[in-house]
Design a protein around this ligand. Structure first.
Ligand code: 13P
Length: 335
């Protein structure tokens, strides 16, 4: 794939009024979410649920790309049509999660490093042939009194950069996702400080590995109070802190920023995205949109409950959240 094609894909992923739907939960995570709602954690249920999402009528009006998991990219509708065909027919770009998960980082208690570099070049080649045009790799940074450590931040930034370089070589646009978790009682100021350090380190490593910034999408977490912090920053404060932090740490050449929701409620995730676009779009050098999983899917999953009879109601709810976030991407959301 040429440089122009990678740039065109990255631009399309963050096009006005559109954002990315993450539906790349590993089987373990998907099963956990099913079990919490009494849905049997079977391969057929995972397939049926993903069919519900991908066949929601008009999904492509709000969604530019969907991130799939290895099992899902190989699956098909009940009638045999492959999911990749369903996605492309809807005008949506298929993407694929390629990391193999966050594992304990040796000598760093409570910290993780994301794995998946071994054999990645050939997996990328296979996914490209299957129709994927972008990929995702998620690094996880935890905040507590003594962490994150430099060792954790640097190991994750290095892996993200090696992954991104391999993606570009193989024709996929890399989504670079350094997630600073909301878990903990830290303040928004502490989240700011950690996010800024993480982003600076990631962009330094992307530079060292010769990653082309115009051909990536950054998927950061927002700068937000820890979920157990007694003082919760409001929507305006979160939008301001997130924009300030990103303006200081994210080069203007980056094609787009697509936030994760990270456990924020559906409405709050939309409100934060709206506020950033409504207040700051004239000074932001990149398009700012969503790449949400839970904040789009959760209400639909709760309505579906594993029952075919609930498919249409669940699809309506899914489309509603997609539409709300599409409006927020344009700074036009009202709850
Ligand atoms: P959430 O929006 O649920 O945080 O998920 C986004 C994602 O893809 C995490 O890697």
């Amino acid at each position: 794939m040429s440089a122009q094609e990678l740039v065109a894909t990255a631009k399309a992923m963050v096009a006005p009024g559109k954002g990315i739907l993450a539906m790349d939960e590993s089987n373990g995570t998907c099963n956990k979410r099913f079990e919490a709602l009494g849905i049997a954690p079977t391969e057929e249920n995972r397939r049926a649920y993903r069919e519900l999402i991908l066949t929601a009528p008009g999904l492509g009006e709000y969604i530019s790309g969907v991130i799939l998991y290895d099992e899902t990219i190989r699956q098909a509708k009940k009638n045999g049509t492959s999911f990749v065909k369903v996605i492309t027919d809807a005008g949506i770009i298929p993407g694929i999660k390629v990391d193999t998960g966050a594992k304990d980082l040796a000598n760093h208690p409570q910290e993780k490093v994301t794995e998946g570099l071994d054999g990645l070049r050939s997996r990328i080649a296979e996914y490209y042939v299957m129709g994927a045009r972008f990929a995702k790799w998620r690094a996880v940074i935890t905040i507590s009194e003594k962490i994150p450590s430099r060792g954790c931040i640097e190991a994750n930034a290095h892996a993200l950069a090696r992954y991104a370089a391999l993606c570009q070589e193989g024709g996929l646009v890399p989504i670079v996702e350094p997630e600073v978790l909301m878990d903990g009682d830290h303040t928004i100021e502490r989240c700011y400080e950690v996010t800024e350090e993480v982003l600076h380190t990631v962009f330094n490593q992307l530079y060292v590995q010769r990653v082309v910034l115009e051909q990536i999408i950054l998927k950061p977490s927002m700068v937000i109070s820890g979920k157990d912090c007694p003082k919760q920053a409001n929507v305006v404060e979160v939008a301001q802190a997130t924009v300030d932090c990103l303006l200081r740490a994210v080069p203007a050449a980056v094609q787009g920023v697509a936030f994760l929701s990270g456990g924020q409620s559906n409405e709050v995730a939309s409100a934060h995205l709206h506020e950033m676009n409504a207040r700051f779009s004239s000074i932001l050098p990149w398009s700012v949109t969503f790449s949400y999983a839970r904040a789009i899917q959760q209400p639909a999953l709760e309505l579906w409950k594993g029952d075919n009879a609930n498919v249409q109601t669940a699809q309506k709810t899914l489309l509603h959240r997609a539409k709300c976030n599409s409006a927020a991407r344009n700074g036009k959301y009202s709850p």
